[in-house]
Design a protein around this ligand. Structure first.
Ligand code: GLA
Length: 723
């Protein structure tokens, strides 16, 4: 709900449990007054009083030097606001000084439609506040997109040149908001390949702390998310604020602590190598940022983000729909396969109850290893004589759908595409092109290149019965440059590249609405809301070891729904860690997301086949919880000897609990886990234990966790008893 108090010039934006309040102060600046718990209507007076104390004195000749204590919604440059500017706008004379003041505002119903960028699909109200630079023709529209029953507020900015002279944006952040520092800690999700989204919490010192990516993708190394958490915040208690970008390219998120102990949180497109030219009347739309606030710990923040991802980001056609249960051949065969080898895998996939077979890397050009053929999206006849027909027929005979791996943004040096269009690969003349995994990246800032790749992939989808696509992206960008852009507009390249990726994603997903697309980037290297807008789930990590996966999934769940995570059960010893854990443990960890298989199901024993069949059967029992439920993280595998998570349906009637003991040791202590998220007044039956108890008893007394050995696991299915 958005309300404007005309007399006091105060805007109030309210969601389910938060309120965000702004005012236009006497000097005409847009000032943030409050973000947090909902206040009473009568508090408008108090807020105004508090604002006046922090605002620069409009009558004072030194007003311009009085911004250190004012909470700004758009930081300016070189005129008394000495924190990092939100936007840097260079005029033809080279000047950068700016200062923004309120001009007008409007309130709209629903969420704005933004073309070319992923964005929230649905909301109740949108507030647009327009500011004008005092010293240039730059106008800034600040957007606030709110949902009455949601706890996520979406913000972004549109920068517009309202004059005749061209201007150049040298930074164009999406977000600026400020908070009084209550000794907050900074939580980020850092990592690397195979250990993505590891939570790290540190104190916030004075000056600027910056999280970012310059890899051309949101990256394995740093997720485009941060949270500010009070010192004693736990999963269940305490205050925290989240900031999550709906963006997949080079990003920056910064927290600046100033001498007045204000924290300015900013972010958007990384400004390191960025510029964007705006001629008369042109505008630039920044990526959206999803803000969330919780007084009930990190768990509640995560649940708000999970609801946001499912209800506002993911295509509604897929958001809550049953996911395909995939058997993928990558870890089974790598590049070494042919129809004869794949058919038994498909037959056995059907026997365990999977519904989709996905053919991974190696099916195209003459690709027998990773040094050729990317870009040549035609079937490798040596391996698959006659094309996909035999494989698809085999799938159909066995009642399975067929899926395909692609890596559309890449090209191998040894490929027909590169031989024909060497200039289509990203390069800077005079600088040796650098390979990674023996491949180059195509210049997706060029429409012609995207068009060509669209045609190749569309042809495959048109001519073959393909119902699933796994979209990979296996290297970072380098030599950031486009030979197609003028020398003085190279700062647009990285963003134009990701716009090209979004364009291809949009065109393919809308032209083939029945094809299910899964995102992947060498595992979870582009796990962000930008990608989730097009692809309802993402291959979480190349690390499929159950214990490592439990940690990766724990970190990922801090700001994404479990249904966004694609989790496969792979063979043991694990390819990445060499560790062997039981099929049961691999299964229950994978069941906390979109479950599938990544091993040679034609080589499993009869017992394993039976067990997998049961795994799929059991998964279907809890699938609706995975898709719709609320996640409660009970025991942290980073800091304790147990991993335990629980998913509860919104009505609190059923729950699914997964636990794993890391190391076993003789001990007299009975380790109990308190179940949170149930209704304390209801009586529940714990199927595996044959016992019933109230929600209160389960949360106060807890249940004893089994001790069966290293990396052993268990599940509890809980159901309300209704008499
Ligand atoms: C990446 C993916 C894997 C697999 C390989 C194929 O590493 O994450 O799942 O598809 O590429 O080359």
């Amino acid at each position: 709900m958005i309300v404007f108090n005309e007399q006091k010039r105060i805007f109030s934006i309210e969601g389910k449990n938060y309120q965000y309040v702004l005012c236009v102060n006497d000097a005409g600046f847009l000032q943030k007054l409050h973000y947090g718990k909902k206040l009473a209507e009568a508090d408008a007076n108090f807020l105004k009083y508090a604002a006046e104390k922090d605002a620069p004195d409009a009558q004072n000749a030194n007003m311009d030097m009085q911004f250190d204590g004012m909470q700004s919604e758009c930081g300016f440059f070189g005129r008394g606001d000495y924190r990092e500017a939100t936007v840097l706008c260079e005029r033809t004379d080279g000047g950068l000084v700016s200062r923004f003041r309120y001009v007008s505002h409007a309130v709209y119903q629903g969420a704005p439609e933004i073309s070319g960028l992923p964005h929230v699909r649905q909301a109740d109200d949108t507030l647009k506040i327009t500011l004008q630079d005092d010293f240039s023709s730059l106008q800034v529209d600040l957007f606030y997109v709110a949902k009455n029953d949601g706890d996520v507020l979406v913000k972004y900015a549109v920068y517009r040149n309202g004059g005749n002279e061209p201007i150049r944006l040298r930074r164009a952040f999406s977000l600026c908001t400020e908070l009084e520092n209550r000794n907050y800690r900074l939580l980020r999700l850092e990592g690397g390949w195979g250990e993505e989204r590891t939570p790290e919490t540190t104190p916030i010192g004075h000056g600027i702390t910056r999280l970012h990516s310059l890899r051309g993708a949101s990256s394995h190394q740093m997720n485009p998310f941060l949270a500010l958490v009070e010192e004693n915040t736990t999963e269940e208690n305490g205050v925290c604020f989240g900031f999550q970008l709906v963006y997949s390219g080079n990003f920056a998120l910064t927290v600046e602590r100033n001498n007045n102990d204000l924290l300015r949180v900013q972010g958007g497109i990384n400004d390191t190598d960025f510029s964007w030219d705006l001629n008369q009347g042109e505008s630039f739309t920044t990526p959206q940022v999803a803000l969330s606030y919780s007084t009930c710990g990190l768990g509640a923040l995560s649940r708000a983000y999970a609801d946001f991802v499912r209800a506002q980001i993911v295509d509604p056609k897929w958001a809550f729909a049953q996911r395909p249960i995939v058997v993928n051949n990558w870890e089974a065969t790598c590049y070494e396969f042919n129809s004869e080898k794949l058919c038994p895998i498909i037959e056995n996939a059907a026997k365990i109850g999977a519904d989709t077979f996905v053919l991974d890397d190696g099916w195209f050009g003459k690709r027998d290893n990773d040094d050729s053929s990317l870009g040549d999206w035609v079937v490798n006849q040596q391996k698959l004589e006659g094309g996909f027909k035999k494989i698809i027929d085999c799938c159909k005979r066995n009642g399975l759908h067929f899926g395909l791996w692609i890596e559309p943004e890449m090209v191998s040096e040894d490929s027909d595409l590169f031989r024909l269009h060497p200039d289509w690969a990203i390069q800077k003349s005079g600088v040796k092109m650098c390979q990674s995994r023996n491949q180059y990246v195509l210049d997706f800032s060029r429409r012609q290149v995207v068009d060509y790749i669209y045609e190749c992939i569309a042809k495959l989808l048109r001519e073959n019965e393909i119902s699933f696509v796994k979209w990979d992206f296996n290297r970072s960008l380098s030599e950031f440059y486009s030979e197609a852009l003028p020398f003085d507009r190279q700062g647009e390249f990285a963003h134009r590249f990701i716009l090209g990726v979004y364009d291809l994603s949009e065109r393919l997903t809308s032209s083939f609405p029945n094809v299910f697309f899964e995102g992947c980037a060498s595992g979870g290297g582009r796990f962000d809301c930008g990608m989730l807008y097009y692809f309802p789930q993402i291959w979480t990590s190349d690390d499929t070891d159950a214990f490592e996966r439990a940690k990766i999934q724990w970190g990922t769940s801090i700001c994404y729904s479990v249904s966004a995570m694609s989790n496969h059960i792979s063979a043991c010893p694990n390819l990445q860690t060499g560790r062997s854990v039981s099929l049961q443990t691999r299964g229950v960890v994978a069941s906390l997301g979109a479950m599938g298989y990544e091993l040679d199901v034609s080589k499993i024993s009869a017992d394993e086949q039976e067990e997998m069949k049961k795994q799929i059967f059991d998964y279907k029992r809890v699938e609706s919880l995975i898709l719709n439920g609320d996640l409660f993280r009970l025991s942290n595998p980073f800091t304790s000897n147990y991993f335990c998570e629980m998913i509860v349906d919104k009505e609190k009637r059923t729950a699914y609990i997964v636990g794993m003991q890391v190391h076993n040791a003789p001990s007299r202590v009975k380790e109990k886990i308190r179940l949170i998220g149930l209704d304390e007044g209801k009586i529940y039956f714990v199927e595996e234990l044959g016992v019933s108890a109230s929600g209160k008893a389960l949360s106060v007394l807890g249940l004893e966790m089994p001790k069966r050995g290293d990396f052993t696991s268990w599940t509890w299915h809980i159901k309300e008893i209704i008499d």
